[in-house]
Ligand binder design. Structure first.
Ligand SMILES: O=C(O)CCC(=O)C(=O)O
Length: 278
């Protein structure tokens, strides 16, 4: 069996904190996912939003299936080891011609997780291009101390607190990560990243999956949950999330509410303002 990641990719990840593109889904699978999302949006008469964006594997069986897809987990296992939790799954939808953006930030600054080994897999379900606002990363910024951030709460910022790195980011060193539908980027949770508005005629649809070793602990919130997606959990730091048998299973909807409230409390810790949903 060939290794899921070459030695070259592994050393690039170690040095730069990211790699892309990694093919995950074929065109048919991408179309099936997009249809599921957009059928749901049609049924509720509005785009996915608020807390539906977060821990979405608890609401949608197809997202839970994606979170456990071996094409994602095999490379993730090479990066975080055999016992893997998925802490969150998040939708990142920028509508066509939308000013929505994501300021420069480092995720592990805000998540209360005591690991350096968290990996984010960002999967494109529509073209993520320079025009549609693909992600940019700052190579090597996962090393050393986390940078200081400040909260700006700008309206079009998709981040909870509009948090942004408050020291100068040398954008001339930034690398764009354009992705075709069905491809993913992998980046370390300490890596600085951002993205611009969507100036294209299609929606830019992505889902991020946040994987970490089972040894990780939540050191800010008192209660937190994560899905065990591979191996065993010998630590018990997180309540293990149930797996949906169908979309919007009532018991899981209740669990989702509790789980996303807990994430919101961690994300807004010490913030001056708190949004009701995340
Ligand atoms: O979707 C984006 O543009 C940003 C995503 C992001 O910040 C993340 O996945 O951590």
């Amino acid at each position: 069996m060939p290794k899921p990641l070459t030695d070259e990719i592994l050393s690039k990840y170690d040095r730069d904190g990211y790699f892309f593109p990694q093919k995950i889904l074929d065109d048919q699978q991408v179309a099936a996912c997009r249809t599921q999302l957009e059928k749901f949006e049609d049924s509720q008469g509005k785009p996915i939003g608020g807390s539906q964006r977060s821990k979405s594997h608890l609401l949608f069986k197809w997202v839970d299936d994606l979170m456990r897809n071996p094409a994602i987990l095999d490379p993730v296992e090479e990066l975080v080891g055999p016992n893997i939790l998925c802490w969150n799954t998040l939708f990142w939808v920028k509508e066509a011609h939308s000013p929505s953006f994501v300021s420069w930030h480092q995720d592990l600054r805000y998540w209360g997780l005591d690991t350096n080994d968290l990996v984010t897999v960002w999967l494109a379900l529509s073209p993520a291009t320079l025009e549609s606002g693909c992600m940019h990363v700052l190579p090597g910024s996962h090393r050393g101390e986390l940078m200081p951030h400040k909260d700006e709460f700008k309206n079009d910022n998709m981040l909870t607190r509009g948090q942004e790195i408050s020291v100068e980011v040398d954008e001339s060193k930034a690398v764009a990560m354009p992705l075709q539908p069905g491809c993913a980027s992998f980046h370390n949770g300490r890596l600085a990243h951002s993205s611009g508005p969507n100036q294209s005629t299609d929606r830019r649809i992505g889902i991020s999956f946040h994987y970490m070793p089972t040894s990780t602990d939540q050191v800010v919130g008192e209660w937190d949950s994560a899905a065990l997606v591979r191996g065993e959990d010998a630590f018990g730091h997180f309540v293990l999330a149930p797996q949906p048998a169908q979309d919007f299973d009532p018991e899981l909807v209740e669990f989702h509410q509790k789980a996303t409230d807990a994430v919101r409390d961690v994300l807004f810790k010490d913030a001056e303002k708190v949004r009701k949903t995340i």
